[in-house]
Design a binder for this molecule. Structure first.
Ligand code: AMP
Ligand code: MG
Length: 418
């Protein structure tokens, strides 16, 4: 089904109860295409280095000087002339990290040197302290030495003026180290996307409450908030809406003021699943409402009043999986960075596996280092997409091909780490 056929607006035509499901690939491509077409650059603000992790860099960062700024030793040892080696040379002084040696190393000479110190003029190699024999003012080294050995040359990591980090980069610990070393103490970052989270369901009570036997505690609001935070967004929990059109409309009305709206539950074909109807009443354009995946077949993605929204299926495992596969990409783009492509690593199944073809499944699994050296993949026993406990025992989702039926132990299968 093409995307244009899926687009339906509220011009009085009631939506079909169940649309045809589109594939995972088509759904993801739709999210990326729609958000790319409409996302505006977020506002720029600044933050300090100790609070920059997880944010998105708003400006390119260029190297303020060559890195390294001069030729530097990578080892503790002796700066020598490689043409003197093998041989016995006289130690004429020492240079520590943070110092410069102001004389040149001549033929038959060496300078004792500590890791990070500049290589003195005249020397073109380092021999490690552990590898020389020391005899008073002399050292002896028995092997040949290649010119340049253990030297990090000026500009070898990046020349002055080179692009170190591009605007749109998500800042992690590596980027923090690079920003600090390049002198960016006040970091320009994009404002975090505001993500409204609505949970729906008559059966829900707050985590601090004692549920009656027919009630459950709301877990999706909190798992979604954690996922939004991890993806660099700013979650705003708007609470629980009862399965009632008026109440659901009222809370969606507030949620559409955010940059992105996530709604959990109420998007299946049940009699009290009113979320899609509530969204349509705001003139929403629905880009798709069913994806051929498990968990999470019912899955609504659309746009209303300048806000993208996802109606995620309410089963807790479905909610987290559909957020990771689709909503996270939208959030990343609204945050000013390109959507990170999910990385499907390959691992060997530890047992035979079969499924009914048709759906691409993302099932809780454990990947461990195998004896053979490659990753080994074991499906986690679960009772279905309400089984949150099974999710906590998994470190990945195994990604099951919708067009294949059976796998043997040892076969490779893609996995997506949690
Ligand atoms: P729904 O998508 O509304 O049909 O819900 C599917 C299943 O997920 C039902 O068993 C709900 O009780 C459960 N569920 C819905 N919302 C939540 C939530 N916020 N936290 C935990 N479970 C939920
Ligand atoms: Mg429900």
């Amino acid at each position: 089904m093409s995307n244009s056929q899926l687009t339906c607006d509220n011009n009085g035509v009631p939506a079909p109860a169940l649309s045809k499901a589109i594939s995972y690939e088509e759904a993801r491509a739709t999210v990326i295409r729609k958000v790319a077409a409409r996302a505006r650059m977020p506002a720029v603000e600044t933050t300090s280095l100790d609070t920059a992790a997880g944010r998105v860099l708003a400006r390119d960062v260029l190297a303020d000087r060559p890195y390294p700024a001069l030729d530097r030793t990578a080892r503790d040892g002796f700066a020598v002339r490689s043409s003197d080696m093998p041989g016995r040379v006289r130690v004429i002084g020492e240079v520590r990290a943070g110092e410069r040696f102001d004389r040149a190393v001549g033929a038959g000479e060496a300078v004792e040197i500590m890791t990070g110190a500049p290589v003195p003029q005249g020397a073109d190699a380092i021999v490690m302290v552990e590898h020389v024999e020391r005899e008073g003012d002399f050292i002896a080294f028995g092997g040949a030495v290649a010119s340049g050995q253990f030297i990090n040359f000026q500009g070898g990591e990046s020349p002055a003026g080179a692009l170190l980090l591009a605007a749109g980069t998500r800042i992690g610990y590596s980027e923090i180290a690079l920003l600090a070393s390049a002198g960016v103490a006040v970091v320009p970052v994009f404002a975090r996307c505001r993500v409204a989270i609505i949970t729906t369901g008559d059966e829900l009570v707050a985590p601090e409450q004692i549920p009656l036997p027919h009630q459950i505690r709301n877990s999706n609001g909190y798992s979604l908030a954690a996922q939004v935070n991890r993806a660099g967004g700013h979650p705003e929990l708007l609470g629980v809406a009862r399965d009632d059109l008026g109440e659901t409309r009222a809370v969606i009305d507030r949620g559409l003021a955010a940059d992105l709206l996530l709604i959990s539950g109420g998007v299946s074909a049940g009699k009290y699943d009113v979320v899609e109807e509530a969204l349509r009443s705001f003139g929403a354009t629905i880009f798709f409402d069913r994806v051929a995946i498990q968990p999470g077949q019912p899955l609504v993605f659309g746009w209303a009043r300048g806000c993208f929204f996802f109606g995620l299926p309410g089963n807790p495992v479905s909610t987290v999986v559909t957020f990771e596969l689709f909503a996270r990409a939208a959030l990343e783009m609204l945050n000013g960075s390109p959507a990170a492509e999910p990385v499907f690593a390959m691992a060997h199944l530890t047992r035979d596996y079969r499924h009914k073809p048709g759906l691409r499944r993302f099932l809780p699994a454990m990947v461990a280092a195998g004896d053979s050296g490659g990753g080994e993949l074991t499906p986690i026993a679960w009772t279905g997409s309400s089984d949150i406990a099974s999710l906590t025992r998994a470190n990945a989702f195994m990604v099951v091909d919708p067009e294949r039926e059976a796998w043997k132990a040892g076969d490779l299968m893609p996995v997506l780490f949690k």
